[in-house]
Design a protein around this ligand. Structure first.
Ligand code: COA
Length: 299
């Protein structure tokens, strides 16, 4: 006998992490689509946030008895938007389960200050895109995930221009916020100052890029379970066009390999031809496309 019930929680604990990962695996092989759930980051965040917990629900689940059959998670990176992504077990679809999870997430969003909600779906997921259409959200942009091909990487030009990486400290937090506002085209006032030490405990290492004594860019490197991620990579505008972005990318790859990464990925806006060209020229290849659809809060 089926007994469906819904639950909400603030953080992802180890048990929920296992259950969501299992459901993700089932959906991935059934639908051949990708999800962007950020489970490793959420787990690391939960275990390093004691005393800093906020009273916000982020994990929305549907259970049949003890079995997780639906999940919708909120990612809140501290900016003006929240991101949501989830799935329903193939045997339980078209019964309104995702609709109910979404209604709960929407109620949570109404309580928050963020005025944008980004709904994510793999470009190949017709069901996901139809669902999103029904929410009234409109298409915003697409991001590609790119994976480093070791054989292509081996064949790339490795000479560098003398760029150096320095691990960021608390004193760099303002500069990191300034650069993020440039790279993501967001207001500086909307940027949260990073707690560098806390980020490190969560597996995120931020490096400042130095060239001739100047800080000219930065990158965030993430390593978990042998998977290396490159995020927030950028060169400030006045130092662009001299091959320093390429240097920064190559150094990031070397650093991750040195730390033990056996797989390296990054995400890039599908319309950012400059970045796409750079990543391809260093041996990265597109693996999947994630569509972002945006909903603005009604005032
Ligand atoms: C997308 C997904 C989460 C929908 O879960 P679900 O519980 O079946 O969705 P619901 O029953 O709540 O459907 C709500 C509405 O979404 C739309 N929808 C859902 N599945 C659809 C499909 N296969 N084709 C067309 N429309 C679909 C419909 O408008 C539906 O309303 P209706 O049944 O009254 O017509 C599920 O198909 C899934 O897990 N897919 C793989 C992961 C994925 O793509 N996630 C992205 C989520 S945005």
């Amino acid at each position: 006998m089926e007994s469906l019930h819904y639950e909400e929680s603030k953080d992802l604990d180890k048990d929920l992490y296992e259950a969501v990962s299992e459901l993700e695996k089932i959906c991935k092989s059934h639908d051949d689509v990708r999800l962007k759930l950020e489970l490793d980051y959420k787990l690391a965040k939960a275990s390093t946030s004691e005393g800093k917990r906020e009273d916000k629900m982020n994990e929305f689940t549907c259970w049949d008895g003890e079995r997780l059959i639906g999940y919708l998670g909120i990612d809140d990176f501290g900016g003006r938007s929240i991101e949501i992504n989830g799935m329903v077990h193939p045997d339980y679809r078209r019964r309104g389960i995702f609709k109910e999870l979404y209604a709960r997430v929407k109620r949570e969003w109404e309580k928050r200050t963020s005025d944008e909600m980004l709904l994510l779906a793999d470009r190949k997921s017709e069901a996901g895109k139809s669902f999103i259409k029904g929410t009234g959200a409109s298409y915003d942009h697409t991001e590609y995930e790119m994976i480093l091909s070791d054989s292509l990487f081996e064949g790339t030009e490795k000479s560098t221009k003398g760029l150096l990486l320095r691990e960021a400290t608390g004193d760099d937090a303002r500069e990191i916020a300034r650069q993020n506002s440039i790279y993501f085209n967001e207001e500086l006032a909307d940027q949260e100052l990073l707690d560098i030490d806390l980020e490190k405990k969560r597996g995120f290492h931020v490096y400042m890029a130095l060239f001739r004594g100047n800080i000219i860019g930065k990158v965030h490197l993430h390593l978990i379970n042998g998977e290396g991620g490159i995020f927030g990579l950028g060169i400030v505008p006045q130092w662009r066009g001299r091959g320093l972005g390429r240097d920064l990318l190559l150094l990031s790859v070397h650093k991750l390999k040195e730390l033990g990464a056996s797989y390296i990925f990054l995400q890039v806006d599908a319309e950012n031809d400059t970045a796409l060209g750079l990543y391809r020229s260093c041996g990265f290849e597109e693996s999947y496309s994630m569509e972002y659809h945006k909903l603005n809060k009604e005032r």
